[in-house]
Design a protein around this ligand. Sequence first.
Ligand code: F6R
Length: 618
Amino acid sequence: MCGIIGYVGQATSSRPLEVARQALARLQYRGYDSAGIVVANQEGLSFVKRAGKLSALEEALAESPLPAASAAIGHTRWATHGGPTDQNAHPHLSQDGSVAVVHNGILENHQALRDELVEAGVEFQSQTDTEVAAHLLARAYQELGDLPDAMRATARRLEGAFTLLAVAQDNPHLVVGARRTSPLVVGLGEGENFLGSDVAAFVACTDQALELGQDQVVTITPDAVAVTDFGGNAIEPRRFTIDWDASAAVKGGFETFMDKEIHDQPDAVRDTLLGRMTPSGQMQLDELRVDEALLRSVDKIVVIACGTAAYAGHVAKYAIEHWCRIPVEVELAHEFRYRDPVVTAKTLVVAISQSGETMDTIMAIRHAREQGAKVVAVVNTMGSTIARESDAALYTHAGPEVAVASTKAFLAQITATYLLGLYLGQLRGTMFPDEIRAILSELEKMPDRIRQVIEGEDVIRQLAVQMKDATSVLFLGRHVGYPVAMEGALKLKELAYIHAEGFAAGELKHGPIALIDEGQPVFVVVPSPRGRDILHDKVLSNIQEVRARGARTLVVAEEGDNAVREFAEQIFWVPQAPTLLAPLVAVVPLQIFACALASAKGLDVDQPRNLAKSVTVE
Ligand code: F6R
């Protein structure tokens, strides 16, 4: 969590401050407990920091503007150690004011270091773990006289996960960064350079970037970038081009990012499909650098992910098992990591992540690779840790997702895992070429079908407004409708702070049905009647079971499914789609419902309480 920006340019101007302000606006999804910026010029360091959202920092900057400068570092915080106060906001300065630092991560040995520094006479100003790094860095700088050397010496003393950026009072043309486990990427400009937690920080200024690896220190000046390990050995970082459209990270006329991102979904699915099929109709996944012989011999797939990304994994399980006849397990990354899972060289691990920085997923990937498994990442953020640490990355092309609750990334993740399934089906010969072509051609129709659901959003929005005082909502689904139900419940919990649960419809009679009382709202995701009859009929029986006990039934059903009419109080029609692809349309009314209900309650849908978009702590 926490968003970080660093900037250095040739001239002394307002640009460092502007770059930092804009970057923090783009990075706010990583944390919004406080924000701060420090700028460096010939006179030294000047900073402003405030608890609360970025608007509080903006107000403070309006009252006391920061001077023209040549470098800046900025931070938006998701609090871990120390509450969200002005004092605990970053940047943190050393006692002598010689250096300022911002930090993302957790310094696990901060207490021991703090004790040592207090013993040596340092007076702490905050309750954060970060402040120890400022004091250690200043001492090392005094001793070594070189900021990069001092950063390496400091980094060697720190335990835990960290990205640290620092500027020094006496060198306004230098920003130094260190990373261990927490994310940091470099942006390359003309006569200026950038550091950011992710490329969203500087995508408006440059599309050229460098990946940084584990335990590296980077030094940026206006004209140069130098990377070393913590021991000072030079490293050649990998360069890449960012293919995100910078305008995708602005609201573009919508009231919230979430509204916009729901509307972006047809494009997210279309862009994820682009270029994955040859003119002769063969699947091609160029990024899949895992040996084909190995992919043919895989005897199990394990999908690891968290939250919404894990629900995308559940959808993938149904599709990949059906198409490829390989057993697929889906596991929450944090459970996988600490369980002692059976993973061999014949296991293919698929890690799904929008941010590419989810610490639970990173740790699970490392664990899987240590056991000899190959890892394919389905990931949205280029240059992210998960993309870099996996054997291959299959990128989703959802573009930057800014709202904390995931929408378009979810649809893009499902789409990418379908592509992976079809590719494996082709490679392993479990599918006929014409079968694959037929599914790809259905997939190509999905963006229009999603658009159709979005066009009908008014009905869902009206229902959401009527239901704004609901205290509990249940969601039921079977087969691929089950992960859709769980995702619908998660969206409602995180956006509208309403108790919501998603169940497998068949599980109802094993306990949850006791929750049904007069007027209890229950959303039911009904499978296509054109798919397996038995699935459809069973879900209709489930609707009747809850209705008989007084539930208010709100049904997501396929157009033309007249059989549902008599059991549903309200129906949200979605266009016809093959059973396995239906989650791409069925989840959309549930996203719109949660977003509209939260807005009707006056809540901040883009930045729900207690959450951050990238969960970079375990
Ligand atoms: C919910 C949501 C989270 C994320 C989860 C994983 O709306 O966004 O549940 O899906 O934290 O994040 P990534 O995909 O970045 O690994």
